[in-house]
Write a protein that binds this ligand. Structure first.
Ligand code: C2G
Length: 446
């Protein structure tokens, strides 16, 4: 019996896949199809398969061509599979020509001609091409544009900015750059807003009223009443309004949450997060930018620093104290918030004019999780115990600081109508609430 094996994602199963499987089957008597898992696809750069692993397996099963279906989960699995199943022929489409020659050592390798004119990427792009306009004066616009190329099904419609100093030249020359939001909205299905937080409410509202989906750099507003109003407006109009915090989409961060919640360190008793950066404030001060145009510490870092606290301990803290250091009477170069929960405590320290070790520590009754600086864009963390021999280290690839996964989530939310944000509304609301407290002078000034 000649055993044949082939692998693929098989997203939005199409004629090209069908033909490949038919010819693969014809090469022998028994066909094994390896369908890639979502996490394996992530590590090989395929980030926006539309269908779940189960749906993709079901498409392959429905062809009736596969005698056996397996899941491909890790780099190097092909060799293990070939040995384990006694495979005679490995086959794949000609778009991979040469890439799998190394398998010749274990079995025969056959590249089958790829079917022209059809691909999952094109189907995704055709079905869902979403035009996103970028709004604001931040360098995050450059990052967002760069990351957008990794996600198919979206294009950038232009940039609305009142100060293009930080905008890359190639972006200025390739896209419409305007200071007129209406002009940009007319060309867009959705917007990413990263303007100064004091402008968010007005711009988010304007975009939603124009029927556009919104991804807004957190905080969405600086008053809870405004946040609630925007949320209601989005709901009424069936539009997506998503809070943007890239860390929420980092693989290491999410695995860390699961381990912490799963009891790996026992009961969680304390969460301590620190986020600081000096360069933005320094650069803008030198340039003479008004402080009113610069993100202060609580807005720039507050939502990121609060994220693990709310996601691990919930939003129902018993008390909190905000302490800030101000310059020019209103701009916090440093803020600390101490929280007390019924059975735990938490603290966050954020700074735009104060530097510290940007680490995250989650303390539990059996051990602790240590995420080294800069924890908000880490690919690595450790679970540590009293006996160092029990310590475990975890690595996960982080591409594009999480931004590209965030874009995928936003896109999926638009396409499916289901919010697939990793940040729940309760957390977003609580972030706004604390920022509102700060603006209402509910803090100790040091
Ligand atoms: N294919 C094809 N013609 C097309 C599109 C795809 O013959 N128009 C083939 C591919 O070459 C591959 C199979 O169909 O053999 C599955 O394609 P994908 O779902 O795109 O999976 P891919 O990323 O190519 O995965 O490690 C190698 C893989 O797992 C192959």
């Amino acid at each position: 019996m000649v055993k044949v094996i082939t692998y693929g994602t098989y997203d939005l199963f199409h004629y090209g896949h069908q033909r490949l499987l038919e010819r693969a089957k014809a090469l022998g008597d028994y066909l094994i199809v390896g369908v890639t898992s979502d996490s394996f696809d992530l590590t090989r750069g395929k980030i926006n398969a539309q269908q779940s692993l189960m749906e993709r397996i079901e498409s392959v099963r429905a062809t009736g061509l596969a005698d056996e279906i397996i899941v491909e989960e890790y780099e190097g699995q092909k060799i293990d599979d070939i040995k384990r199943y006694g495979v005679d022929i490995f086959t794949v489409g000609s778009d991979w020509k040469g890439k799998f020659d190394y398998l010749n050592e274990y079995c025969k390798v056959v590249y089958l001609d790829r079917t022209d004119g059809i691909s999952s990427s094109e189907i995704r792009a055709e079905k869902w091409e979403i035009k996103i306009g970028l709004v604001g004066n931040s360098t995050l616009i450059n990052k967002f544009e760069k990351e957008s190329h990794y996600v198919n099904g979206i294009s950038i419609s232009g940039i609305c900015t009142t100060d293009d100093t930080d905008l890359l030249d190639e972006i200025k020359s390739n896209y419409l750059v305007t200071d007129n939001l209406t002009e940009l909205l007319n060309l867009s299905d959705a917007v990413y807003i990263v303007s100064h937080p004091t402008k968010h409410y007005e711009q988010v509202k304007y975009a939603l009223e124009a029927g556009k989906h919104v991804l807004c750099e957190s905080p969405i507003a600086i008053k809870t009443a405004e946040f609630e109003e925007l949320r209601k407006l989005a709901e009424e109009r069936c539009l997506v309004l998503m809070d943007s915090i890239k860390t929420a989409y980092s693989t290491a961060y999410n695995r860390m949450l699961v381990l912490a919640k799963g009891g790996k360190i026992g009961d969680i008793v304390s969460v301590d997060s620190i986020c600081t950066s000096l360069s933005d404030l320094e650069k803008k001060t030198k340039r003479g930018t008004s402080l009113d145009e610069v993100w202060n510490s609580i807005c720039a870092w507050g939502p990121t620093a609060m994220l693990p606290i709310f996601q691990l301990l919930g939003k129902e803290y018993v008390s909190k104290q905000i302490t800030s250091h101000l310059i020019a009477d209103h701009f916090d170069t440093f803020t600390k918030i101490a929280f007390v929960y019924p059975h735990a405590v938490a603290s966050m320290k954020v700074g735009k004019g104060v530097k510290s070790e940007g680490e995250l520590i989650i303390s539990g009754t059996k051990g602790y999780i240590y995420v080294p600086a800069p924890w908000w864009k880490t690919d690595y963390f450790e679970v540590r115990y009293e006996n160092p021999a029990d310590n475990k280290r975890y690595f996960y690839q982080l591409d594009g600081e999480g931004i590209r996964y965030e874009i995928v989530s936003f896109l999926k939310a638009i396409q499916t109508g289901h919010i697939s944000s990793y940040i729940d509304f309760g957390s977003s609301r609580q972030m706004v609430k604390l920022i509102e407290d700060f603006y209402n002078n509910n803090f100790v000034n040091i």
